[in-house]
Every structure is written in structure tokens, then in C-alpha cells.
Write a protein that binds this ligand. Structure first.
Ligand SMILES: Cc1cc2nc3c(=O)[nH]c(=O)nc-3n(C[C@H](O)[C@H](O)[C@H](O)COP(=O)(O)OP(=O)(O)OC[C@H]3O[C@@H](n4cnc5c(N)ncnc54)[C@H](O)[C@@H]3O)c2cc1C
Ligand SMILES: *[C@@H]1O[C@H](CO)[C@@H](O)[C@H](O)[C@H]1NC(C)=O
Ligand SMILES: *[C@@H]1O[C@H](CO)[C@@H](O)[C@H](O)[C@H]1NC(C)=O
Ligand SMILES: *[C@@H]1O[C@H](CO)[C@@H](O)[C@H](O)[C@H]1NC(C)=O
Length: 714
């Protein structure tokens, strides 16, 4: 299904666009210019607009004059094509002509041709009933129209090509990335062999580096900038896209020619060229915006790139496209003014839709900035969707009038497809009753979610949860799963309490602390891709606080997998020992495995005595020493001693203080005999530190060092 969609979306776009795209040929320009040139020097019919071909096709004297011009301007090579164009135009006004009929009309007309420039009394506004010669005046008008049409429509053709090229550049990037990704996936050893100074330098300076020094996941909160810095690779892709688009939109390739009869002054012509150019190129790029924003974007699966990389592309592409929208709009403001059509165009619906669309589009950008997303994500999302619908709908009406509507159908199709797959996924999972326990001191909600056996969670995957309570059901929040080894038919979510929905739920159920509450949830998943740690000799998983879910699941899988020989270290930075209250039970599963957990406790006053976890699996795991305990009994109440707790968690190495990510990465890479995979999830500053440490420790080793960012933020 995904592959089919690749095909459909890319080709639909090009096919759709080109089906409404009229390709103008040189003979057609000649035919158009002949008709327009002659009508500017003489009149045959008293009624009818100058744009219509009715008179030229049905009035024998005008047809004769027109053909006289066409035959004069064409050569043997294009005369047939030109005749065909005449027939086509006449077909549209229901005048059926053939090549023979045209020749007859011309032959007859040659008997009556009159050179009106020799007639002093000739008045061009009074209709005449005879054919005229292609005199000097007519020839000059013809040339003016010919160059005018050629500039105008060649520019349209060029714009289509440039739009297609800009799309193809993205396709080429994805094709390249997909091939690399799938080779690495299907033949893991090939990737491990990719070492050496060229590759290390590429990874050090481009693939792994943040755009500037070290910020990638840490939001920048400066007066001049808010948001996330892309990685350097993403920046390069975006800069290339930007430069290409800027050049494509501004390098028109010809200059306004004096005597142009289509656009009678410089401003009217030039602004039209820029307006058409930017409008058409942006039409080709627009569907990418919708594609990148979708949760079910097939490109994630093809390239192995995480969702938030596409979100980054989505955001920056949107800015570039809105810039083109502005250029397009301003160009037509200037053109309307130069043509003296401002007033009449302001009465035209398509023009008004264009204005509304531009305004809606311009509002989207500031209202999607990171501070707004951070402080009021739900409001951002709602306003974003409303404005995008407004923008797309009005832009569609505007463009449809000008025969560019199909681009917007592609956008809608992509959006609807994503929503449809989301529905399918939610439907496949169904509404479940999750058990929630509220750990007030730890500010964490633990959800135990039953999982249908045909849905397979994988380490590092996340689901979107809708809590089906009357006030919260409409919000959809991502959380990373922790798989359960004891019961395959369920998984856990550890949700840190923040200021939105999580706080609301905590307040509502605070009183139930210690016991479990049933909450109906709608789950949409599983999203994300599984980082292949098992292909490496060593896995170093670094987590902070609630970021443990992904790394823990990976560790658990490596611990329980029989084939994997990966030596695994799980580093976890926490504030105090109380985290064992919510993850202690799960951590016990790592006892006596090849996974080595190391926990850094930063609060010096914290003591393992504060741990009072209640657990059943906990007791079963060490039967000798706690036979007396019935499952489910509270350990603290049962008066376990300090030394007992130390003993229980003896397989974990505890440190007081903060984890130094830079040092850990450096020493783990140094000490490893083979390939190393490093993964991180936690506080953005820590994750960025790991990224930079990995990049700085690349060179000079012949063992492949891989970095998997187990964290996403958008
Ligand atoms: C892929 C992924 C996996 C995650 N896994 C976990 C996890 O295992 N445990 C955990 O505690 N947290 C996880 N988070 C973070 C979690 O999604 C947010 O903490 C949660 O949505 C906050 O809800 P709130 O309404 O209480 O937050 P608020 O206080 O309203 O916002 C807190 C922060 O969360 C962001 N946020 C809020 N809603 C969303 C949303 N729907 N989508 C994306 N970001 C949002 C806001 O921009 C803000 O920065 C994950 C986030 C992502 C993107
Ligand atoms: C020949 O041309 C004349 C003058 O344009 C016109 O009036 C007449 O109808 C034409 N005859 C035929 C057979 O087309
Ligand atoms: C075209 O018309 C011009 C002026 O009427 C004349 O000089 C020229 O010879 C014609 N050319 C052809 C190929 O008929
Ligand atoms: C041509 O005729 C129109 C009306 O038929 C008239 O208004 C105009 O003044 C005339 N032009 C010239 C140059 O004689």
C-alpha cells in the first residue's frame, strides 16, 4: 500500500498538473499573433470580443487575411502545424474547418486582397468586408504580439519545468537516502564496513552535526530566534532548496521587449512574468508540505528518517513557499496597477480568493512558532488546521479559475489519505480500557494498555493516545511504549505530568494515588522505526528521567533476545531513587542478563529507602529470600531493610551525581573492541551533548560508531 502511494502521489501530481498544462508551440504563437495583429489594424465584425476566434473563423474576409498572414510567417516545416492550430481554435467556436478548406479560403482571398495602408479614408474601427494584405503596420503588430505571447507562455512552460525539477530534486534525495537506508537494513554488515576518514569526516561535519555548535533538540529561546536548529544535513538540504527556488523564481531568462503588444508596458509584462513563475513553482512544491506533515508519510518508511526531520522540512518549506506566495501576490498587485485593472480585478472572485488565501497563509507562519506550540499546543493545532483549510480552499478556488486547481486536489488527497490511515490504525487498535496509576510524587502517570495480539509494539515505538474523558477526548498525545516481557498482550506508557492534559488527568485522579483507575483510551500506533542495536557489538543507551521508555525497551529486547550478542549498557540519569517506584519492577527483568544498568541519582539527599514499590513480578524474581511475601504486598510496609533494597537492586550500579554524557560516550567508544551503537533520549540538552560527543569521537577509529536519536520533538 505504501509503495503504491509513492507512485500515486508523485505521478498523480505531475500527470494531473500536466493535463491542465497547455504546451504552446511556435506555430501556435504565430497563429495567435497573426489574428491579434490583424485585428489591431482592421475590424471585420461589429460585435464580439477581441479574445474570441468566432469572427476570424467564420468571417470569410477575416479568415482569408488571417491565413494570408499565417502562410506568410510560416515555412514549409511548420505550415501544417500552424493550419492544425487554426483548425483547433475554430473547433472551439464550432466552426469546422479542414486543411483543404483553409487552402481554398486562402486561394479565394488572394483574389480580393487590399492594402489598406494605401487607402486614406480607411478607418480601422469601421468593419470592412474584404481581406487585407499583410502590410507593414500589420507586420509590426504581428511581431509585437508574437514576442508578447512567446514571452508570456514560454515563461509558463519554463515555470512548469522548473517546478518539476524542484520536485525531482526531492525525489532524488529520497531515492538516494532510501537506497542507503535499505542496504544498511538488509545487509547490516555493509554499513558497519563504512568507516574511514572520508566517511567519518562526512558524518562528523554534515550528517551528525547540528547546524551550529551543539543545539539541535534544545529549543533556542533568544530574542531573535525561537525554535529548534535543524541538523547540518537538514540545513544543507533546505539551503539548496531555497537557493534553487530563489534562482528559479527570479531568473526569468529574458527581458521585457519594447513593442510587446500583449503587455503594453514594462511593469505589466515584468510583474506578470515573476507572478506566473512564482505561482507555478509553488504549486509544485505545495503538496510536499502536506506530505511532510503527515504521520503516515511513506517517506519515513523508505528513508528511515524520523518524523521530526520531516516536520523540520515542513516548517522551512512552508516559510519558503509563503515567501513565493507573497512574491506572486505582490507581482499581481503591481501588474493590475500597471494595466489599470486594479479596480476591475478587485471585483473578480478569483482575485479576492487569492487575497484571502495570501492573508490566511501569512497568518499560519507566526501562529506556528515554537513558543506558541510549547505553551499552547492544542490551540496551535486547532488554529493551524483552520487556517490551512482556509488557505487551501481559497487558493484552490483562485487557482481552479486559472486551471491550476489540480495541484490542490493532490494536497487534499495526501491530507485525506493520512487521516484515513490514522483512522484505520485507531480502528485496528480499538478503544481500550487502560489501567492508570497516578504517582503524584514522581509526577508520572503509568498506563497499562492492553494490546490486541495482531498489533506488535517494538522498542522505541510510540503511540498517540486519546484519553476518552469528556474534556480530553479530542487531544492526541504521543508517548513511547515500554513493552512487557511478562505479558505480551499489554504494554506500558510512562507519562510525565506537564501542564496540559497530563496535569488535568492527575488533578482529576489525584485522590486515587496508589490504586489503579480504569481509563478508556483510543490508541493510534505503532509509529516510529526500530533502531537496529542488535547489529552492533555494543549498545550504549543513555536516558534521562522519563526518556527511559525507549532505551529501556531496547535494553530489554537485547537482554531477552537469544541471538543477539550485543553487550549493552543502560545509563539513566534520575533525580532520586523514587523512580524505582515506577520502573523498579521492569528493571528487575534486566537482572542476570547481558544488560548492565547504571543509574545516576542527582539529588544527594535521596535514599534508596524511599523506594516502596509494590510488585508481584518483583517477588517472583527472587524466590529464595522472599517466599513469605504474598504477591502485591507493599515492600515498605513489609519493613524491608536498607540492605535488602541494596541487595535487590544490586545488579544496578548506582552513582551519586550527574551523568557526564561526553565522558561516557568517549570512554565507551574507546573501550569497545568492535562497533558501537549509541542511543539517547532525555533532556534535550543531554541528548544534544550525546550527539556532539559521538561526532567528536568518530575520527581515528576503524569501528563503526552509530548514533540513534531516540527522541523526537516538534
Ligand atoms: C515521539 C514522542 C514520544 C514521546 N514519549 C513520551 C513518553 O514516553 N513519556 C512522556 O512523559 N512524554 C513523552 N513525550 C512527550 C509528550 O508527548 C508530552 O509531554 C505530552 O504530549 C504533554 O502533554 P500536556 O498536554 O500535558 O503538555 P503541555 O504542558 O501542554 O506541553 C508540554 C510540551 O509537550 C508538547 N506537546 C503537547 N502536546 C503535544 C502533542 N500532541 N504532540 C507533540 N508535542 C506535544 C508541547 O509543545 C510542550 O513542549 C513524547 C513526545 C514525542 C513527540
Ligand atoms: C471569396 O472571397 C470573397 C471576399 O473575401 C468572399 O466574399 C467570398 O464569399 C469568398 N468565396 C468563397 C467561395 O469562399
Ligand atoms: C510576407 O509579406 C511581406 C510584406 O507583405 C512580403 O514582403 C514578403 O515577401 C512575404 N513573405 C512571404 C514568404 O510570403
Ligand atoms: C473612425 O470612425 C469612428 C466611428 O465610426 C469615429 O468615431 C472616429 O473618429 C473615426 N476615426 C477617424 C480617424 O476618422
Amino acid at each position: 500500500m505504501k509503495l503504491q502511494f509513492v507512485f500515486i502521489s508523485v505521478w498523480l501530481q505531475i500527470v494531473q498538473a500536466s493535463s491542465t498544462w497547455h504546451f504552446y508551440s511556435n506555430p501556435e504563437y504565430k497563429v495567435m499573433a497573426c489574428k491579434a495583429g490583424l485585428e489591431s489594424v482592421a475590424t471585420w465584425c461589429s460585435e464580439g470580443s477581441s479574445k474570441s476566434y468566432k469572427c476570424a473563423c467564420t468571417n470569410e474576409p477575416e479568415l482569408g487575411s488571417w491565413l494570408n498572414c499565417v502562410y506568410n510567417q510560416t515555412t514549409e516545416n511548420d505550415v501544417f502545424a500552424a493550419e492544425s492550430q487554426v483548425i483547433k481554435y475554430c473547433d472551439k467556436v464550432k466552426a469546422t474547418l479542414t486543411h483543404d478548406k483553409l487552402k481554398d479560403s486562402y486561394a479565394n482571398a488572394t483574389n480580393y486582397l487590399i492594402d489598406v495602408s494605401k487607402d486614406e479614408s480607411f478607418n480601422k474601427t469601421n468593419p470592412i468586408n474584404y481581406p487585407i494584405t499583410f502590410n507593414k503596420k500589420a507586420s509590426k503588430a504581428y511581431k509585437g504580439y508574437y514576442i508578447g505571447y512567446k514571452h508570456r507562455y514560454d515563461n509558463v512552460t519554463t515555470s512548469h519545468y522548473l517546478g518539476i525539477v524542484s520536485l525531482s530534486m526531492w525525489v532524488a534525495l529520497f531515492a538516494f537516502a532510501s537506497v542507503l537506508h535499505w542496504i544498511g537494513r538488509l545487509f547490516p554488515s555493509s554499513k558497519k564496513a563504512l568507516t574511514g576518514s572520508i566517511i567519518d569526516n562526512y558524518r562528523k561535519f554534515i550528517a551528525l552535526a547540528p547546524t551550529f555548535n551543539k543545539s539541535h533538540l534544545q529549543p533556542v529561546d533568544k530574542l531573535w530566534a525561537h525554535g529548534y536548529f535543524p541538523t547540518r544535513f537538514e540545513s544543507i538540504v533546505l539551503i539548496i532548496h531555497f537557493i534553487y527556488t530563489a534562482v528559479a523564481c527570479s531568473a526569468i531568462g529574458f527581458t521585457y521587449t519594447k513593442g510587446d503588444m500583449v503587455f503594453k508596458n514594462y511593469m505589466a509584462g515584468t510583474s506578470r512574468y515573476y507572478g506566473d513563475r512564482s505561482g507555478i513553482i509553488l504549486s509544485y512544491q505545495l503538496p510536499l508540505l502536506f506530505l511532510y506533515a503527515g504521520r503516515n508519510n511513506f517517506l519515513q518508511w523508505l528513508t528511515g528518517w524520523p518524523y521530526y526531520r520531516f516536520v523540520t522540512f515542513h516548517m522551512w518549506l512552508a516559510r519558503i513557499i509563503m515567501f513565493q506566495v507573497l512574491v506572486h501576490s505582490l507581482a499581481f498587485v503591481a501588474q493590475s496597477d500597471a494595466l489599470g485593472k486594479t479596480h476591475s480585478r478587485l471585483q473578480a472572485h478569483y482575485y479576492i480568493y487569492g487575497i484571502v488565501s495570501t492573508v490566511a497563509g501569512c497568518l499560519i507562519l507566526p501562529l506556528a512558532l515554537q513558543p506558541i506550540r510549547k505553551f499552547a499546543y492544542e490551540i496551535f493545532l486547532f488554529v493551524h488546521i483552520v487556517l490551512v483549510v482556509m488557505f487551501t480552499w481559497t487558493a484552490y478556488l483562485h487557482a481552479e479559475y486559472l486551471h491550476y486547481g489540480s495541484f490542490y486536489w493532490v494536497c487534499c488527497g495526501i491530507w485525506l489519505f493520512d487521516r484515513f490511515v490514522r483512522l484505520l490504525r485507531a480502528f485496528a487498535f480499538g478503544i481500550k480500557t487502560a489501567k492508570a496509576s497516578f504517582l503524584v510524587d514522581e509526577a508520572t502517570i503509568k498506563l497499562t494498555v492492553p494490546c490486541p495480539n495482531y498489533m506488535k509494539p517494538f522498542p522505541g515505538s510510540h503511540v498517540f493516545v486519546q484519553f476518552l474523558t469528556p474534556t480530553t477526548f479530542w487531544q492526541s498525545h504521543p508517548f513511547t511504549i515500554v513493552s512487557s516481557t511478562t505479558d505480551e498482550n499489554q504494554f506500558y506508557l510512562y507519562c510525565k505530568v506537564k501542564n496540559g492534559i497530563t496535569k488535568k488527568l492527575l488533578q482529576k485522579f489525584q485522590a486515587t494515588e496508589g490504586s489503579e483507575v480504569n481509563i478508556k483510551v483510543l490508541i493510534e500506533g505503532f509509529y516510529g522505526s526500530e533502531s537496529p542495536y542488535h547489529h552492533y557489538d555494543k549498545a550504549v543507551l543513555i536516558a534521562g528521567g522519563n526518556g527511559i521508555s525507549g532505551p529501556f525497551s531496547h535494553a530489554l529486547k537485547l537482554a531477552t533476545s537469544e541471538v543477539s550478542k550485543t553487550e549493552t549498557k543502560l545509563f539513566w540519569q534520575v533525580r532520586d531513587y523514587s523512580v524505582l517506584n515506577w520502573l523498579g519492577e521492569e528493571l528487575m527483568q534486566l537482572k542476570n542478563t547481558k544488560v548492565y544498568p547504571i543509574i545516576y541519582v542527582s539529588d544527594p539527599n535521596s535514599s534508596i529507602d524511599s523506594v516502596h514499590l509494590k510488585s508481584s513480578s518483583f517477588d517472583n524474581s527472587d524466590n529464595d529470600s522472599c517466599e513469605k511475601n504474598s504477591p502485591g504486598e507493599n515492600i515498605k510496609d513489609a519493613n524491608y531493610s536498607h540492605s535488602f533494597m541494596m541487595d535487590k537492586f544490586g545488579f544496578i550500579e548506582f552513582h551519586q551525581g550527574r551523568l557526564n554524557a561526553t565522558e561516557i560516550v568517549a570512554s565507551e567508544i574507546r573501550e569497545s573492541a568492535g562497533s558501537v551503537a549509541i542511543g539517547a533520549c532525555g533532556h534535550p540538552a543531554m541528548v544534544d551533548e550525546v550527539r556532539v560527543a559521538v561526532k567528536n569521537n568518530l575520527s581515528g577509529s576503524n569501528k563503526r560508531v552509530e548514533y540513534f536519536e531516540e527522541m523526537q520533538a516538534w
